[in-house]
Write a protein that binds this ligand. Structure first.
Ligand SMILES: C[S@@+](CC[C@H](N)C(=O)[O-])C[C@H]1O[C@@H](n2cnc3c(N)ncnc32)[C@H](O)[C@@H]1O
Length: 235
């Protein structure tokens, strides 16, 4: 796993230095600031604002603390930080993290972390907190789009899902997208084409990690969306 994580970090860092915005949203070679952040707002409308019943569950969004996995250059992070109380976003690539921090500069409620590419340890607090066994922070919603479709290992995706279950409050939603195209295969070395999930894979992963899979869309397609609701009591 370590070799794969290293390759993912190096590949994404190279893509970020070459043309970060293009590798984040590939249908254009060049993006102006305005177009790029507008595309983040559109994605936010489609995937979050159109689904507020599941996302907020009657909570005031300004009181919500949310997680984003694989924030890239901060395209959606910025839109999410305008809407939610706090956004905590992780990415494996130091260069993407630098760009995302620039995208949310001046927004006091957006926090960007470079993580290890397989879990959310960075959100659980400092080593000192862990030593004192301080309670980890609880989150109200978690989201990931166009990230797991690139992770060539089901075990790594599952490691994230398991960690989200530990951090989300009971009943809260983890909405995320995985690779659903069966031609992508189960495991690989390529950091562009992620391991694919069938409906059965998704259902079994939800059960193993303490979630209920309530809805899904796009099975068999590259954009396979899953709605996992946390049934864990405490992590
Ligand atoms: C296609 S971009 C999408 C960025 C963002 N989600 C968006 O929609 O604007 C994929 C991002 O996932 C990150 N990524 C890839 N593998 C990752 C991993 N194992 N853990 C965390 N981030 C990862 C990459 O560094 C990159 O920033």
């Amino acid at each position: 796993m370590i070799g794969r994580l290293r390759r993912m970090r190096l590949d994404w860092d190279r893509r970020a230095r070459e043309n970060a915005r293009h590798f984040v949203v590939t249908h254009r070679e060049q993006w102006s600031d305005e177009e790029f952040f507008r595309s983040g707002e559109v994605a936010m409308e489609e995937d979050i604002l159109n689904d507020l019943g599941n996302v907020c569950q009657s909570k005031d969004p300004k009181s919500m603390r949310v997680i984003e996995i694989g924030c890239g250059a901060g395209r959606m992070t910025r839109a999410m930080a305008r809407f939610f109380g706090e956004v905590h976003a992780v990415d494996i690539s130091p260069e993407m993290v630098r760009l995302a921090r620039r995208a949310v500069a001046g927004m006091g409620n957006a926090f960007i972390y470079r993580n290890n590419g397989r879990d959310l340890g960075v959100l659980r607090g400092s080593a000192w907190n862990r030593l004192l066994r301080a309670a980890p922070p609880r989150f109200d919603f978690a989201f990931s789009s166009m990230v797991f479709q690139h992770i060539p290992s089901r075990a790594i995706v599952e490691s994230y899902v398991r960690d989200v279950a530990r951090l989300l409050r009971p009943g809260a939603l983890f909405k995320f997208q995985v690779q659903g195209n069966p031609r992508a295969g189960a495991e690989g070395e390529n950091s562009w084409v992620g391991a694919s999930f069938t409906e059965k894979d998704a259902r079994e992963m939800a059960a193993r990690c303490g979630f209920d899979l309530k809805y899904q869309a796009g099975a068999g397609d590259q954009y396979y969306w899953l709605w996992f609701f946390n049934r864990n009591q405490l992590g």
